[in-house]
Every structure is written in C-alpha cells, then in structure tokens.
Ligand binder design. Sequence first.
Ligand code: PLP
Length: 386
Amino acid sequence: MTVELADRLKVLPPYLFAQLDEAKARQLGKGVDVIDLGVGDPDLSTPKPIIERMKKAVENPDHHRYPSYEGMLSFREAVARWYQRRFGVKLDPALEVIALIGSKEGIGHIPLAFVNPGEVVLVPDPGYPVYAGATILANGKPCQVPLLAERGFLPDLTAIPGEILARAKLLFLSYPNNPTAAVASLAFFEEAVDFAREHEIILCHDAAYSEMHYGEPPHSLMEVKGAKEVAIEFHSLSKTFNMTGWRIGMAVGNEEVVQGLKKVKTHIDSGAFQAVQEAGIEALEGEYGVEEMRRVYRERRDILVKGLKGAGYDVEPPKATFYLWFPVPAGYDSMAFAKKALEEVGVVITPGLGFGGYGEGYVRVALTVSKERIEEAGERLGRLMA
Ligand code: PLP
C-alpha cells in the first residue's frame, strides 16, 4: 500500500525543534560537548510542594477515572483567583475558564473551532510556530503579520490589507514574546482589542511568559476593558513553575470562544489528569519558586549579555522571557550562523528563520543551562566572532 499523507500535512514544514534535535544528536554522536540553548524548556525543578501535592493526588481513586473536558471546577476557581490576584481580572470559573493539557493543546485546537477552510488567521512573524501550524491543520490560511525591531516587535495592525481583514477570523498575539522577548504595554493591548472589535476578529493572546520578567510585571490582555467581548487568553503553568513535562495550562476570556474550544476538546481529548490539576491548584495558590526562577534567569541573562556584548554581538538584556534575540553577525544568514555555532563550538542556538521569514537575520538563545555553562557558551560564541 502507498501511504499518502493528507495535503494539509504535506504543506506543514517539519517542526523546527525536531530538526534541531537531529543536528544536536549528530554532534553528540561524535562526542562533542554540546551546550543546548535551543528549546525553551526550563532546566529548573518543579517546586517541592507541587510535587508533594501530586504524590498525594495520585493515590486518590477519584482521579483514576476520566476527568471532565473543561477541567475540575476547583482548578478553574484557582485560575480565576490567580487572575484576580495577579492582574485584577475577574473571571467566571464556570464559563470563562477552561483547563488545557498545556497551552499548546488549546492553541493547536482553537482554529478547529472558528476557522472555515480558506479563512485567514493572522499570525505574528517571527512567532511561535504552532499558530501557523494549527491554522494549516484546520485548513485555514495563515497570514503573517511582521514584528519588526523598529516597532519594538509589536505589529502594525493598521498595515494589514483590508481584503485580508475581511477574511480573517483569528489574530494571534503573544507578549512577553517568544522569540523576540518583547513586552507589550497596556496601550498596545487596548489598540489590539479595539482593532479586533472593529474587524470582528477573535483575538487569541498567548501569555505563557507573563511571570518570567525582570522588572515591571507584564500585563494580561484581559486587563483591557472590553477584552472579554473579543478575546481569549492562553496561559500555562509550564514556564512559571517549571512544569513543562506535566502538561497543564488554561484558557480564559470570552465565554463563547472558551465554550467553542471546549466543544472541539470534547471530540478530541478527555481532559487533563486530575492529579495534575490538583498539583496545578497548589502551584497557583502557593506561587512557589517564582521569585527564585526570576533570580536565576536574570543572573544567567546578565552573564550571557555581558559575554556576548564583549565579543561584539549586538544584544540587549530582555525585560522578560528567558530568550535573547539578536542579529547574526554580518555575512551570515540565521541558518548558516546556527549551523556554524553547533558545528564549530558545539552550541545549539535557534535560527530566527525557524520562527518565520521576518525572523531571518536573527538567532534566539534560551537561558536554560546553569550559569557556569552559560558563561562557557558565551566564551564559545565569542570565539566564533574572533
Ligand atoms: N506559547 C509559547 C509562546 C511558547 O513558547 C510555548 C512553549 O514553548 C507554549 C505556548 C506552550 O507551552 P505549554 O504547552 O507547555 O503550556
């Protein structure tokens, strides 16, 4: 039998990080001491009280059965309380909050709820690749909205052509931003909400990095008056509490949008393991380890920025996220420079092109190894410049 992939899968490029893993494995196979600053996966441990709560919850036979699709009410209430405390945002846990198996799951599923074949989804470029991938899987058409350095990596919404807007169903935004580390002001979020209302586009904001900051706490889009009329916000415990492996996140906001996402989920998955939701409640209520997480990344950030600047790289310390996003040295494109970094000095960095065409000319570095290894990576990358 000839196995024929569906057209939608054929047009999807291979997932960037899967390719990077292969290149890294080849170097490791040769015995190279590789420093991996590629994937944004925290190397810190999940705080102890969260693990302890999980251990107890695993024993509870109630949790051994199918969970509810939307998540336990107690988890959704903990999410609502956290939004109230952190952002001053009031949410109805029954209708305006849904649990996710990591925020990627919700982001991946939302186009299935609202996008008809051929309809447009506006995606930031450079951006987290899942926005465009999920659109393609839903037979929608991703349209790139450039994020440019001269605008602080915020999109110029007024520049999107009218004929595109007329076919657009969703607009994805994400601040603090992966990969550029940009932070959005409340004024920008207000502009985005007004824009979504005027053009009847569902605004999907991804706030996965809101707690990873080194100064002013970033805003939630939900703080904007009227955001709930047009928007859903995806959030996650992954980065805040070093829980990427646990797969727990949430989406909050417009009731009809949240319920549309729930309908998709009822047909595809059967919810997040309840013991993980209990651990999630513990995390949100206790906010364990968050200050320490910021201290660790700030220290690494400062070491690497100093090392790279000293070596001649044009890099600024990010205000949020654990990413440095900086232009590649003259004479390289992003793929060539990332390849050189891996092959000549054994450092995995992510080529900007992997985040979209407007990411060309940049690379992303994730601060996900110890400060000693970060220092070593800075020295090695410095050697590349020399
Ligand atoms: N959103 C952004 C911008 C991310 O970078 C990531 C993960 O790297 C996610 C969402 C997904 O996180 P999770 O599915 O672990 O909640």
